[in-house]
Design a protein around this ligand. Structure first.
Ligand SMILES: Cc1cc2nc3c(=O)[nH]c(=O)nc-3n(C[C@H](O)[C@H](O)[C@H](O)COP(=O)(O)O)c2cc1C
Length: 170
């Protein structure tokens, strides 16, 4: 039997929730990483995915200007990155430099891959769609990369749960 509740009341049961990192090039040539839970694959052929970005994010401003981005699936080693990239803005700080996160050049786009991630996808923006206070950017996946040790991905386990982090979304 279902009982009515607010949207927020349902949040604890959504865990574990996958998390990602979106990387977009800034105007100064550096790359800005942002934690993003709201990512999904949307097509097999061509391979496509979508990410939902809030209007106030620096990443939103950058993605309106840029035609390329990387979606990274952080590994279990990358909890510090997910917390930091998801609670600081690239408007004020160079997040990659601050944490000394290992990166390597993308192979097809002008982008950066996160070396310790479970996987990385190089994407080209194909369109966007407004949903309330976020914009969904759709991208075609031009190249995929996996960690050579096939590292397991990080999940948001929820507040109060071991290894979990509290997402600042919604
Ligand atoms: C686990 C986690 C998941 C998040 N998911 C999203 C998301 O899907 N979309 C979004 O717009 N913001 C999301 N955020 C919030 C942004 O990551 C956060 O506001 C960030 O500081 C924005 O950085 P920027 O200003 O450099 O773009 C998430 C934060 C965390 C911690």
């Amino acid at each position: 039997m279902q009982i009515p509740c607010s949207y927020r009341d349902t949040r604890p049961v959504r865990y574990p929730e996958p998390v990602h990192i979106v990387l977009v090039k800034s105007q100064d040539g550096s790359f800005n990483p942002m934690s993003a839970a709201w990512v999904m694959f949307t097509s097999i052929e061509p391979t496509m995915l979508a990410v939902s970005i809030g209007f106030e994010r620096y990443t939103y401003t950058l993605l309106k200007q840029q035609s390329e981005f990387v979606i990274s699936i952080p590994s279990e080693k990358m909890l510090a990155e997910v917390e930091f990239f998801g609670s600081n803005s690239g408007r004020e700080i160079d997040k990659l430099k601050e944490l000394g996160t290992l990166t390597q050049p993308a192979t097809v786009i002008d982008g950066l891959l996160l070396s310790e991630a479970s996987a990385n996808y190089e994407c080209r923006v194909t369109g966007s769609f407004r949903t309330g206070d976020h914009l969904i950017f759709a991208g075609e996946v031009l190249a995929s990369h996996i960690h050579q040790q096939k590292l397991p991905r990080l999940y948001i386990l929820g507040p109060g749960v071991f290894g979990g982090i509290k997402p600042e979304i919604g």
